[in-house]
Design a protein around this ligand. Structure first.
Ligand code: SF4
Length: 216
């Protein structure tokens, strides 16, 4: 079993497939709320929003921005996020999201929405569009760089991962890599000594390699 298969096997949990009960539009709004904050606060912000306002483009484009700000405040950057949510909602009134998701160039159209970047578009396509893509978040970027030496921008890292992961395994790998990055391959203090894939990991092997500096 290679490193990516091992991560997917050991770190995937069905309960981390967080979008199962959400509509595509709700996933889009949840992803906006998750930007630049931790899971706990982004879930609280989404829960507050859902409890107070129906999460549809029609409803969110009609309510005052101040009300959105008030209910999502706990998630941080609430002013900017409320403005993004309003702008996205206005752009998607009339079931436009379904139309976009079903179109050939759906990703391009998603990226043209206000405040929607690569990760947000790919999360939506992966979880609600049945597209075989690996959305790249900060954990996946770090793990990919350490284990395989994949560096560069979003598209470069994704392209390399896509070569490594079979299309039908990509959603599972995305979910598992995030958990692996949180639990083992942590940003600070990765648990390399107990990591089962350390002998396949470029970062670990480069640390362990004996020095070739003859002057030291
Ligand atoms: S050996 Fe260390 S750096 Fe490599 S994948 Fe495991 S935890 Fe991450």
């Amino acid at each position: 079993m290679d490193a990516i298969e091992w991560i997917a096997e050991k770190f995937y949990r069905e309960k981390d497939n967080w979008s199962s009960d959400l509509s595509p539009f709700e996933v889009l709004i949840a992803t906006v709320l998750s930007q630049a904050t931790n899971d706990k606060n982004s879930h609280l912000a989404f829960g507050n929003l859902k409890a107070r306002i129906e999460i549809t483009p029609e409803e969110l484009s009609n309510v005052p921005t101040g009300l959105i700000e008030e209910v999502i405040r706990v998630g941080g950057l609430y002013h900017q996020k409320a403005l993004k949510i309003k702008a996205i909602s206005k752009a998607l009134v009339g079931d436009k999201l379904t139309e976009i998701m079903g179109s050939e160039d759906g990703r391009k159209k998603l990226l043209s929405l206000p405040g929607v970047g690569n990760k947000t578009a790919d999360v939506l396509l992966c979880f609600k569009g049945d597209r075989d893509v690996v959305p790249i978040d900060t954990h996946i970027k770090r793990v990919s760089s350490r284990v395989w030496g994949f560096v560069g921008g979003y598209d470069e890292v994704q392209r390399e991962l896509h070569k490594l992961i079979a299309p039908k395994e990509r959603k599972r790998a995305h979910i598992a890599m995030i958990r692996f990055g949180r639990k083992i391959c942590r940003a600070r203090g990765p648990l390399c000594e107990i990591c089962s894939i350390n002998m396949e990991c470029l970062y670990y092997l480069s640390r362990e390699a004996p020095s070739t500096d003859l002057h030291s």
